[in-house]
Write a protein that binds this ligand. Structure first.
Ligand SMILES: [Zn+2]
Length: 246
């Protein structure tokens, strides 16, 4: 394989650190993988911090800056932020949103693409919309589709930190686990870079503001939902998103 390339496609600044931080940090540290992130909104419907650190008008710019800071901490090489309205991704016509994702795929040429599972973990309608559009972009792209594998990031229903506020998948449906305890402090730092989101960061990863990272996730969970590798069979759980790609 030539240089390994992976594209993450999410809806909001912070989705990357919440769902896939350890995975991103692992591939970035390996030094042989180019990591790109396409984020569909500037998260302008989010909070301004508690206490607020900016005005509503400033929030989109502040959140984009927070995203770029978190991305640099995790080691993401390319960050593209689209102009869509937070909470309104589902209003964007599917061919348009999928077309924007296809354009990023053509630009960055990833062998692996990762997006949300359709339930979006939190159930946010934007997470659902970006999942559907990414699936559409990858599976309808021809000719010259560089993508070999498409993953959905999710949580298994038996994970210790799962509560009834999150959507999950059955443990047996998880095809891929990336377990990287060494990168927990990096993930924590990326999460903390999303300063306007301190309420949700503190709620989901309790203790993080006191330097207790025991709730920061060392394992990320994925489902391989599509691939075009000839004769590729999963006999056991993958531990590498590039497994099987030659
Ligand atoms: Zn989100």
């Amino acid at each position: 394989m030539s240089l390994k390339k992976i594209l993450f496609v999410f809806a909001h600044p912070d989705d990357e650190s919440f769902t896939a931080g350890a995975t991103i940090a692992k591939y970035a540290a390996a030094g042989d993988t180019e990591i790109s992130l396409l984020c569909a909104t500037r998260g302008q419907a989010g909070k301004c911090g508690e206490p607020p650190i900016c005005s509503r008008e400033e929030l989109p710019g502040v959140r984009e800056q927070e995203l770029r800071e978190a991305a640099a901490i995790l080691g993401i090489h390319n960050v593209d932020v689209l102009d869509y309205e937070d909470k309104h991704l589902a209003d964007v016509p599917l061919p348009e949103l999928a077309g924007r994702i296809e354009a990023a795929i053509r630009q960055y040429q990833p062998q692996v693409v990762v997006t949300f599972a359709p339930h979006g973990i939190s159930g946010h309608p934007d997470h659902h919309a970006i999942s559907v559009a990414t699936d559409h972009a990858v599976t309808h792209m021809k000719p010259d589709n560089p993508v070999w594998k498409l993953y959905h990031v999710t949580l298994p229903s038996n994970a210790p930190f799962v509560n009834r506020n999150v959507h999950t998948d059955p443990p047996e449906s998880i095809t891929t686990e990336i377990n990287e305890p060494a990168y927990v402090p990096v993930v924590a730092k990326a999460l903390l870079a999303h300063r306007t989101q301190n309420m949700s960061v503190g709620r989901v990863f309790s203790g993080i503001f006191e330097g207790d990272y025991s709730h920061v996730r060392q394992v990320n969970y994925f489902i391989l939902v599509w691939h075009r590798i000839f004769d590729y069979h999963l006999s056991e759980k993958e531990t590498d998103l590039f497994a099987g790609i030659r």
